[in-house]
Design a protein around this ligand. Sequence first.
Ligand SMILES: Nc1ncnc2c1ncn2[C@@H]1O[C@H](COP(=O)(O)OP(=O)(O)OP(=O)(O)O)[C@@H](O)[C@H]1O
Ligand SMILES: [Mg+2]
Length: 221
Amino acid sequence: MIIIEQLTKVYDSADRAALDGVDLKIRDGEFVSIVGKSGSGKSTLLHLIGAIEKPTSGKITVDDFDLTTASDNDLSDYRGRKTGFVFQSFHLEPNFTVYDNIRLPLLIAGIPYGEHKERIEKILEKVDLSQKINDKASKLSGGEKQRCAIARALVCDPPLILADEPCGNLDSENSLKIMNLLKSINEEGKGVILITHDKEAARYAKRIIELKDGRIINEIS
Ligand SMILES: Nc1ncnc2c1ncn2[C@@H]1O[C@H](COP(=O)(O)OP(=O)(O)OP(=O)(O)O)[C@@H](O)[C@H]1O
Ligand SMILES: [Mg+2]
């Protein structure tokens, strides 16, 4: 369970809050979409939940772990174990192979070397990318890059996937593939928090939260 209370973020040098007193509870295994205009605070909220950024005030707890008071070490452990991040622009290592990109989180998490190959092969099957295992990431198509990034987010088996406009750089066919993948990941029990501009994509979620000027202004569930 994610419990967010009065969460506020003011970036250095900003004249207004990017996130302004947000209260929100997200249960384990929920599929939630976050929508809202550009600059409304969607990425900021996701980055705070994923402990990529620290809030200015307010509180976030995830399964009773308080992100707002935790040490940097504990936060990095939390990021590795509990969350998998997917970005609009993929954030792959272009000169690494698909295999080595997906292996990075296993190395960071200290998973025994002997388990890497089997885990990577299994996750590649899931995202339908097995045949590209030895290709350089830079040679993949957009849809393949995003499936590789999703495999990387899943390989440590985190309970929560955080996806920031994962279809933003994809055509409709590839977007559909990614959305169906996120849906199946959710049906297997993982929580998914998805930021999207696309109303169709938002409907994959059972709950849609709308932000405006850093505040929640609407919720559909
Ligand atoms: N690193 C930063 N430093 C300063 N201001 C920032 C930073 N990141 C975001 N902001 C500001 O915070 C506000 C919210 O930004 P955020 O990126 O969360 O919006 P968003 O809803 O994700 O927008 P978009 O749909 O364009 O991605 C904006 O006014 C933005 O300019
Ligand atoms: Mg954003």
